[in-house]
Design a protein. Structure first.
Length: 246
């Protein structure tokens, strides 16, 4: 074999070796077209994270105590679970007679917008509440009247202290306060010096004209919850006034 031919063979062998090495390296580092496609396919297979949303997120305060107009279907599951507990309590005491049998006593007249409050110790209960919130033990059951057959319309939680307790999940349970109430004939008949828009506010003179006495309750935070099946409040489950009681 001539020197020129031998040189050509050596060059050919070198070229083949170089090609084999290049292919091997490509397979090891996964830079080939097929590998890149596989990587792209794997990345695109990652499940998308679903963003949880519910209508109450965008709710804004609308009531005269800054309450939110939210309904059961608007709030997240944790709040719904608490409202389910409220509904069960309401179904347990359908009439005033049921409340009385369980130890609740009428403490107010049938107050416009917020109904008659039945409290376990009666009107004196406004002076005995503690600072705790127990969803299973509402301080007041709310009835449309003070008769044995008066129907329940909601419940109310009350708590003493400098501020409202940690109540329902989320910001939508806006608790409120009243400066004072008027006691007359053994029942609360109105609030005195109330907030703008109150349906039950009277003056001190009007309270005295009913032979009533004023009693301060500005240490109490309270909230009404309207969860009676078939009797929703158009202004929301946590509204101060029930839309059908005004």
């Amino acid at each position: 074999m001539s020197g020129e031919a031998r040189g050509n063979v050596v060059a050919a062998i070198a070229a083949v070796v170089a090609l084999i090495v290049a292919v091997s390296v490509s397979m090891l580092v996964g830079t080939g077209p097929d590998d890149a496609g596989a990587q792209t396919s794997t990345a695109s297979a990652e499940p998308a994270v679903e963003e949880v949303s519910y209508p109450a997120i965008t709710a804004v305060p609308v009531g005269h105590h800054g309450e939110y107009d939210v309904q059961y279907d608007d709030v997240p599951p944790a709040t719904k679970e608490q409202l389910d507990t409220v509904r069960a309590i309401i179904e347990r005491y359908p009439t005033g007679a049921d409340a009385i049998a369980a130890g609740y006593i009428p403490a107010t007249v049938n107050l416009k917008g917020i109904a008659s409050h039945y409290i376990k110790s009666g009107a004196i209960g406004f002076t005995t509440f503690d600072e705790t919130f127990d969803i299973n033990e509402p301080e007041a059951l709310l009835y449309d009247g003070n008769e044995p057959d008066s129907p329940i319309v909601g419940i109310s939680y009350l708590a003493a202290g400098a501020g409202a307790p940690e109540g329902f999940e989320g910001p939508w349970d806006v608790w409120h306060r009243h400066d004072a109430v008027c006691f007359a004939g053994g029942l609360v008949v109105a609030e005195v010096g109330g907030h703008e828009g109150s349906l039950i506010d009277i003056s001190a003179e009007e309270c005295a004209a009913q032979s009533g006495i004023m009693y301060p309750i500005n240490n109490l935070s309270m909230i009404h919850v309207w969860m009676k099946p078939g009797y929703p409040s158009e202004t929301g489950v946590f509204a101060h006034d029930h839309s059908d009681l005004t």
